[in-house]
Design a protein around this ligand. Structure first.
Ligand SMILES: Nc1ncnc2c1ncn2[C@@H]1O[C@H](COP(=O)(O)OP(=O)(O)OP(=O)(O)O)[C@@H](O)[C@H]1O
Ligand SMILES: [Mg+2]
Length: 252
């Protein structure tokens, strides 16, 4: 089986004139296979979001390569990235922040469908189907972001990411702003979507307890370096690194 995502020796150094360089991500390599749920965990400032931004090409890597379905996307720019975003989508931490406040949720969810040439009636039908799939009533299509709760907005953001049927979903702390019950519901939703679609997930979190139930593999990041990798059981019950043990003790 070929990986959906392969990252080789990825490095990000932030350099500003007159200031010392910040190595946010240092020589990271990993793969994610179809249908696999990979959790990337680490404390605040360990480089998780920087990795997500490089993989989604919102940020240029300083070194290393990114392959999506075997295709080198490391240096792609502008229009070249359009077909790439049909294969990978991202959901962010701030629920309402991922939607334009002046447009309805339905408008936001349908955007990529309209852009790909789908007519208005079909788009409307598909938006309602996506909302339902994500556990929301079709009437949410008419809601504005501020009229929905954080959890509802996050479901809508997942619906929008699913619209173009990507092969890889990147989630950066998507449940951090939600309360524990809603967090569990979002995890269950992602779990059921993965069973239906075989989509691969790169799921970023600082919360080991949250990711242990559904993830297949956990990558542990410390100060920009990947220090350990394993199944949830391996990481939680047989951690090799002292840092991982410490991280487990502080989060579980
Ligand atoms: N644009 C930037 N310019 C300079 N430094 C940056 C920039 N973005 C991130 N950093 C630095 O890179 C390091 C990693 O940041 P990053 O946001 O990737 O961490 P994170 O693991 O996502 O943290 P959190 O859990 O708080 O979201 C930090 O030291 C941060 O200060
Ligand atoms: Mg972050």
């Amino acid at each position: 089986m070929k990986p959906v995502l392969e990252v080789q020796n990825l490095t990000k150094i932030f350099s500003y004139k007159g200031q010392p360089d910040i190595t946010a991500v240092s020589d990271i390599s990993f793969q994610i296979f179809p249908g696999e749920w990979v959790a990337l965990i680490g404390e605040s400032g360990s480089g998780k979001s920087t990795i997500a931004k490089m993989v989604t090409r919102l940020l240029a890597p300083s070194k290393g390569s990114i392959f999506l379905n075997g295709r080198d996307i490391t240096h792609m720019k502008g229009m070249q990235l359009k077909p790439i975003y049909q294969k990978m989508q991202m959901v962010f931490q701030t629920p309402a922040g991922s939607f334009d406040p002046r447009r309805t949720l339905g408008d936001g969810i349908g955007e990529s469908l309209r852009n790909s040439g789908m007519g208005p009636i079909q788009t409307q039908e598909r938006v309602i189907q996506l909302l339902t799939q994500c556990g929301l009533d079709g009437s949410f299509a008419k809601y504005y972001p501020h009229e929905a709760s954080g959890g509802q907005c996050q479901r809508a953001a997942i619906a929008r990411a699913l619209a173009i049927e990507p092969e890889l979903l990147i989630c950066d702390e998507i449940t951090s702003a939600l309360d524990v019950t809603v967090q569990a519901q979002i995890m269950e939703l992602l779990h059921s979507i993965q069973k239906q679609t075989n989509m691969a997930y790169l799921f970023i979190s600082h919360d080991l307890a949250l990711v242990q139930q559904f993830s297949h593999r956990i990558l542990v990041l410390q100060q920009g370096k990947l220090i350990e990798e394993g199944t949830p059981d391996e990481i939680i019950f047989h951690p090799k690194e002292a840092y991982t043990k410490q991280f487990i003790e502080s989060t579980l």
